[in-house]
Write a protein that binds this ligand. Structure first.
Ligand code: CUA
Length: 154
């Protein structure tokens, strides 16, 4: 008699376990932790703020850079070079129109993944003047190595 009870208990525990895993995978797996906002990849160009990529000043020495990644390009405004004064804090806000791309400002802590459907952000302060190269650090196809832009801190 007891064996049957234990078997039932075992199956029950397994069921609860499976459901818990399934539910948490659904909520967490589908949503990378730092990507809180979603955007329709096919409508990126007409969705704010991605309809106007590039640099915008939001405060004293505070900037935002709207980044639209696509194979194989970073759209960071009309030019491939962003210029900011030394000591500026920049919040990079990015998404991708197609596949997963990486976004890294080489030599800084600014590093994020751009995933289709999601908006990701990373903030960093540029204390040293110089030329920083923005690269894609996530293999995205044949033109992966062509994906770059430049940030000039003056
Ligand atoms: Cu985009 Cu690698």
């Amino acid at each position: 008699k007891y064996e049957k009870l234990w078997l039932l208990f075992g199956i029950g525990a397994l069921l609860v376990f499976t459901i818990t895993i399934g539910v948490s995978a659904f909520y967490m797996g589908n949503q990378p932790p730092s990507c809180l906002v979603t955007v329709d990849p096919s409508k990126v160009e007409t969705t704010e703020p991605f309809d106007q990529p590039g640099l915008r000043q939001v405060g004293e020495k505070e900037y935002e850079v709207i980044v639209v990644a696509s194979s194989f390009n970073f759209n960071v405004g009309p030019e491939k070079v962003i210029r900011i004064p030394v000591g500026s804090t920049v919040n990079f806000i990015g998404t991708t129109k197609d596949v997963v791309h990486g976004f890294e400002v080489a030599g800084t802590n600014a590093n994020m993944m751009l995933e289709p459907g999601y908006i990701n952000t990373v903030e960093t302060t540029f204390k040293k003047p110089g030329k920083y190269t923005i690269v894609c650090n996530e293999y995205c196809g044949l033109g992966h190595h062509l994906m770059f832009a430049t940030l000039e801190v003056v």
